[in-house]
Design a protein around this ligand. Sequence first.
Ligand code: NAP
Length: 337
Amino acid sequence: MSKNQKFTLVKRPVGMPDDTHLKLEESDIPAVGDGQVLLLTRYLSLDPYMRGRMNDGASYASPVGLGEVMTGEAVSEVLESRHPDLSPGDMVVGRTGWQTHSVVHADELFRIDPELAPPSAWLGVMGMTGFTAYVGLLEFGKPKAGETVVVSAASGAVGQIVGQIAKMEGCRVVGVAGADDKCQHVVEHYGFDACVNYKDDDFKAQLAKACPDGIDVYFENVGGKVFEAVMKLVNTFARIPVCGRIAHYNQTELPEGPDRMIPFMGQILVKRLMFRGFIQSDHNELLPQFRRDMSQWLKEGKVRYQEDVVEGFENTATAFQGLLQGRNRGKLVIKVS
Ligand code: NAP
């Protein structure tokens, strides 16, 4: 019988992870118990939150233990089933981790409908990242027609969907991304009104020019210098869904300079700003509505998406390092088998 291949966390990174933190290992595939299924991973999702799971310490989810398989969501094929609801050949999504095979209870899985979207899309536009965009923008950004919405990491898995939903809501949409080709892509393929490269020297001036009426909704994915530039342009009663802070995930110390908390709190008060941190999995009651809306939008061509598919399970750790450096173009998935 074939062996399971898996990436385990062997050392906790301080700063950017490198090849010494994860180890590719082989193990036997466990026997399938009552109610369980044996899965073969087809596509593995790589996401920025995984960097947080490599740290020890309190967060909204437990860290990966040393020696444990890296956490992650995947689309898999059922090879063997001891549960009446799943049969060999079914395709499912589950948190099965960075490994080629897994044995899990069927209750922990969601059977995908390949008629609605191809398998890999259930990790992106029809899955976790599409849902994040939907919940964060509509529930907490509450965009209104005619308003200006700015989204950072605009070409990424979440950002590309945020911008397209905001366009459907009748907003002016401005993206921020870290490469000219990413900016060009979001304008040409997703219909953003403008996109600014935050690595340009005159980034702040370009952002101000792209937002002549100020900013009403800022969908926060990155933090850092993008957040600071946006804060200079926010309007009274602006809403800021705080989705992620990727610019800080590998930071080892606080930036130098004066403490900016006092003027920042002053701005929140005077402009009556609404900041709302959210984690998509707290809003699972909205999943059926999201899947209905998103599958309809895809069918009607109202939402488009880009995936960055890396072939070969052995390339997972390198691809993840690339994600943290902005090398991905769209939703990053590993084609495992
Ligand atoms: P992604 O955008 O597909 O990929 C990450 C992108 O982040 C990179 O391509 C890079 O694009 C950008 N980036 C990397 N380092 C950066 C830095 N130092 N400064 C600015 N940008 C940087 O990832 P995603 O899946 O859409 O996730 C976007 C954000 O949403 C992340 O912060 C993630 O943690 C968060 N998230 C939150 C939830 C939730 O429930 N709250 C769920 C999913 C994702 P550039 O080339 O443009 O820099």
